[in-house]
Design a protein around this ligand. Structure first.
Ligand SMILES: O=C(O)/C=C(\CC(=O)C(=O)O)C(=O)O
Length: 306
C-alpha cells in the first residue's frame, strides 16, 4: 500500500461546515469539485506538483447532501495527472448524480474516450497554471479538443488572467464549448473597469461558446472577510466581478464549491459560508436557478433537458 506525505503546510478541508442560510434551488449542481485519492486506493501521479490530503467520494457526497445540492461535477485535479480512476470511480458510485471532467493525453484511444463517456465524463480540462502542470504542446491539446468535440464534450480551461492575451488565439480556435475556471483568475485588487477584466468580458461577449465558473472567491479575494466564524458576506471584494459576469451572461455561468480546496495557503473556508456567497452574486431566484440548475444540466445532463 502506498502512503503519501502531504505537501508541507497543506490545509485540510473544513471538517464540520455550517448549514448554509441560502437554500439552493431543487436540483442544484456543485459544478466544480474534486476527489483526492484516497491515496492508498488511487495513488497520486508521479508528475504531480503537490500532494494533498485524502478527500474521498463518500466525503464529497456527504458534503453535497449537507449543503443542499443534488449533483456534482467532479473535475480531475492535477495531483492525479491523466489517471482518471478516482474521478471515474466517484462518478460510477454516485448513481448518476455526478458527472466528470477528465485529463487525457494524445495517446488515449477512441475506445477509452468512449468508456470515459459511458462512465459520465463530459469534458476535458486543459490547465495552463504554471505552478500546477508542465507545458503541453498546443497542437496536442487542439487534437484532443477535436476528438472530444465529436463526443459532444466541452473543454475546461484554467489559466491566470495575465496569460489570457497570449492564450487568446488558442482559446478562440477551440471547436467546443469552452468553460473557464474561476473567471480566469482576475486580480480583484485591480479595477473591475480596467483592461484586465475588460479583456475577459470581451472574451465572453465575442465568443458565445465561452462559459465561466463564477467560483473560488476564496482563491481570488485579496481584502474580503473569509468564510469563517459565521461570516455570511465573505470575500466581498470578489462579489462585483462575479455578479457582473452572472448578470451579463446568465445562460453561460456555473458555480462550484471547489471542495476540497487544493493549495489554499492562508485559510480553509467553511463550505456552508461559501454557499452563502451565492445570493450575493446571483441576486434573483431566476439567476440562481440558471446558475445552479439550468446551465449545468444543459452542459452535463443534456439528455435530461432535451
Ligand atoms: O481546484 C482548483 O480549481 C484549483 C487548483 C488546483 C487544480 O486546479 C488542480 O490541481 O487541478 C489550484 O488553483 O491550485
Amino acid at each position: 500500500m502506498t502512503t503519501f506525505e502531504k505537501t508541507p503546510g497543506w490545509l485540510d478541508w473544513y471538517a464540520n461546515p455550517s448549514k448554509p442560510h441560502f437554500t439552493p434551488p431543487p436540483g442544484a449542481v456543485d459544478a466544480h469539485c474534486h476527489v483526492f485519492g484516497p491515496g492508498a486506493e488511487f495513488p497520486f501521479a508521479p508528475e504531480r506538483k503537490y500532494t494533498p490530503c485524502d478527500a474521498s467520494k463518500a466525503q464529497l457526497f456527504a458534503l453535497r447532501d449537507h449543503l443542499g445540492f443534488a449533483r456534482n461535477v467532479i473535475v480531475q485535479a492535477t495531483c492525479h495527472g491523466a489517471d482518471n480512476r478516482a474521478m471515474v470511480d466517484a462518478c460510477i458510485a454516485s448513481n448518476g448524480k455526478a458527472r466528470g471532467v477528465a485529463t487525457v493525453r494524445r495517446s488515449i484511444t477512441d475506445e477509452e474516450l468512449q468508456s470515459l463517456h459511458d462512465f459520465g465524463v463530459r469534458g476535458v480540462r486543459f490547465n495552463f497554471v504554471k505552478r500546477l502542470v508542465d507545458f503541453t504542446p498546443r497542437d496536442e491539446l487542439m487534437e484532443i479538443a477535436g476528438r472530444v468535440a465529436k463526443l459532444g464534450w466541452h473543454v475546461v480551461i484554467y489559466f491566470e488572467a495575465v496569460d489570457l492575451p497570449e492564450l487568446w488565439d488558442f482559446f478562440t480556435a477551440l471547436p467546443t464549448t469552452v468553460v473557464v475556471d474561476h473567471m480566469g483568475r482576475p486580480d480583484v485588487s485591480l479595477s473591475i473597469d480596467g483592461p484586465q477584466f475588460a479583456l475577459f468580458e470581451r472574451f465572453m461577449r465575442e465568443h458565445t461558446n465561452v462559459w465561466s465558473k463564477v467560483s473560488c472567491p476564496e482563491r481570488l479575494s485579496v481584502s474580503g472577510p473569509r468564510a469563517l466564524d459565521g461570516e455570511r458576506n465573505a470575500y466581498h471584494d470578489v462579489i462585483p466581478f462575479a455578479r457582473r459576469i452572472v448578470e451579463q451572461f446568465p445562460d453561460r455561468v456555473l458555480w462550484g464549491t471547489d471542495w476540497p480546496h487544493p493549495n489554499l495557503k492562508d485559510h480553509m473556508p467553511d463550505d456552508g459560508l461559501l454557499v452563502d456567497v451565492i445570493p450575493h452574486i446571483a441576486v434573483t431566484p431566476e439567476l440562481q436557478r440558471k446558475l445552479l440548475v439550468d446551465n449545468p444540466m444543459r452542459l452535463y445532463w443534456t439528455e435530461e433537458v432535451k
